[in-house]
Ligand binder design. Sequence first.
Ligand code: UD1
Ligand code: UDP
Length: 367
Amino acid sequence: MLSLLFRRRAIQTHPMTFMSIVGARPQFIKAGPLSTELRKEHREILVHTGQHYDYEMSAVFFKDLELPRPDFHLEIGSGSHAAQTAAMLRATEEIMTQQKPAAVIVYGDTNSTMAGALAAAKLNIPVAHVEAGLRSFNRTMPEEINRIVVDHVSHWLFAPSTVAQMQLSKEGLEEGVHVVGDIMLDMLQLNAGRAGASTVLKRLNLRDKGYYLVTIHRAQNTDQMERLAQIIAALGRLDSEVVFPVHPRTKNKLMDFDISTPSNIRLIEPQGFLDMLRLEKGALCILTDSGGVQKEAYYLGIPCVTLREETEWVETTTSGWNVLVGTDPKKIVEAAQRHSPGVLPQPDFYGRGRTAVTVAEILRKSN
Ligand code: UD1
Ligand code: UDP
């Protein structure tokens, strides 16, 4: 009892100010659990860059997941990589200079991640990178460039798995690396009950295991007309209804390229997190190019077909739950209809949903 009292006092005397930078859909989801943990002992300044701004891409997550309101909203919006990143760099530098956080926390691999990390590193503010060490080995992906830059300027590298840790080691990064699991699993576990109560299947008149779920948003799939058209044609050949929450990038490209969708494809707005989890859980199979959705399929035990040539989340494929098919229509159709990992084990490569607690503890100890 007495030691607990001392411990509490010791903690209370060293509150730190952290600045978390978010901006894109998956980052709202990733930041939630760590925000909760940090705010138990410390001050968190939450900065939203405004990279995603539609209600369905941003506000819905703050509402559904009861995330803290951003202290600063930079409203940067869309733009070319350089224009968007440059605007974020200027704006985050200004806020960091004003607020003088003890550390800056960034998530994943978006332009918001890179801008936040670079601005902080240049101001000599230590950077914590949550989701360090992921590599696709495909440098044509903007995210791959972001990951490499961010990992090499970070002070704490929070790797989700030992494979990610090994990758960092190959690049000479060993100091400050901690294997902490995947923070998205924390969020999934925290919301599994509420997602189970979602009425989305009823609203969309869907039967459990009566549909395929699809998400596509990677630039390499959406920005080339032929690839996008091939994927849509393959989805049109599937033997059940295809539910497709459409990312705004993809919606724009479908319109620009004048690609019409076959009648079994149901295009819907991007979903809130709880409805999305319910849609994932009820799917026959998930077809996606999303990083987060591949992992969620794995956690939920749903067969996953990844519409890419490579994945950063290699454990999902080596375990047999996820298959890589690229955009070849024949491979897509065969994999979606036949891929049945069924009773294969699901080892906890990405931890057990305690990532936020572990990260907060490491940050606290370094104080
Ligand atoms: C970004 C990330 C990607 C991540 C994805 C998550 C980069 C380089 N890419 O991709 O790693 O997987 O977010 O979803 O950071 N748009 C809207 N409304 C919005 C947001 C975007 O209409 O609220 C449209 C705009 O036309 C914009 C396009 O989508 O130009 C692309 O948005 P952007 O944030 O640049 O990239 P994403 O494809 O969303
Ligand atoms: N997601 C969501 N609604 C959707 C599509 C995705 O809530 O309509 C969630 C999904 O469950 C996962 C995260 O968004 O938690 C993945 O984000 P996204 O696919 O945009 O980016 P990536 O993970 O590829 O960077």
